[in-house]
Design a protein around this ligand. Structure first.
Ligand code: ACO
Length: 153
C-alpha cells in the first residue's frame, strides 16, 4: 500500500525492535497498563499472531492475538495511533489476523472490551463481531467487559 505522503504502509509480524513503540502505543491508547515484559511475552507466545502496521518508518498500529482454544482465537490487544485512526488500519490488522487464524483451521474469534468503549464496540460490530455476554469487574478499576465474538468464514 502506498500512502498519500509516499510512505510505504504494510502489515508484518512483530520484531523485537518494535517493542518500545508498541509498549508506548499500548499505554497511550489502552486504559490498562502493559509493561514491556508482558508485551514481549505475548509476542513470544504466538509470533504469527502478533502483527504490526508499519507506516513509513513508524508503527501506526498493532494487534496481539492468542489461541483461546484449538478452534478459537482471541484478540488480546489492538491499538492504532491517534494520528492514523479512521484510515482502515485497525480493520486491516483484524482482517489479516483473521486470515492467519483461518489458515490454521480456527473457526471463531473472541475479545473483551470495556462496556464504555463505544468507539471500539462500534469498530468491532462493523467487523461482524457481536456481544455475547458481559463480565462484571473484569478490569483493574472494576469496570465491566463485554465479550464479543464472531465466526471466521
Ligand atoms: N466511532 C465510531 N465508529 C468507529 C470508530 C469510532 N471512533 N472507529 C472506527 N469505527 C468503525 C467505523 O465504522 C469505521 O469505518 P468508517 O471510518 O468508514 O466510518 C470502521 O470502524 C473501521 O475503522 P478503522 O479506520 O479500521 O479503525 P481504526 O484504524 O481507527 O482503529 C480502533 C479502531 C483500534 C478501535 C482505534 O480507535 C483505537 O486504537 N482505539 C483505542 C484503543 C482501543 O480502544 N482498542 C480496542 C480495545 S479492545 C481490545 O483490544 C480487544
Amino acid at each position: 500500500m502506498q500512502t498519500g505522503k509516499g510512505d510505504i504502509a504494510f502489515v508484518r509480524k512483530f520484531q523485537d525492535s518494535d517493542l518500545d513503540e508498541v509498549v508506548n502505543l499500548a499505554n497511550s491508547s489502552l486504559t490498562e497498563y502493559y509493561g514491556i515484559d508482558l508485551i514481549y511475552d505475548l509476542a513470544r507466545q504466538w509470533p504469527d499472531g502478533f502483527l504490526v502496521y508499519q507506516f513509513g518508518n513508524r508503527v501506526a498500529g498493532f494487534l496481539a492475538g492468542s489461541k483461546y482454544s484449538t478452534n478459537e482465537a482471541r484478540i488480546l490487544l489492538l491499538a492504532v495511533n491517534r494520528s492514523y485512526r479512521r484510515m482502515g488500519i485497525g480493520s486491516t490488522l483484524v482482517e489479516d489476523f483473521t486470515r492467519i487464524c483461518s489458515h490454521l483451521g480456527m473457526m471463531s474469534m473472541r475479545l473483551e472490551v470495556r462496556v464504555d468503549n463505544i468507539e471500539a464496540i462500534d469498530f468491532y460490530k462493523n467487523l461482524k463481531f457481536v456481544i455475547i455476554s458481559t463480565m462484571k469487574s473484569y478490569y483493574s478499576d472494576s469496570s465491566d467487559a463485554h465479550i464479543m465474538w464472531r465466526l471466521i468464514s
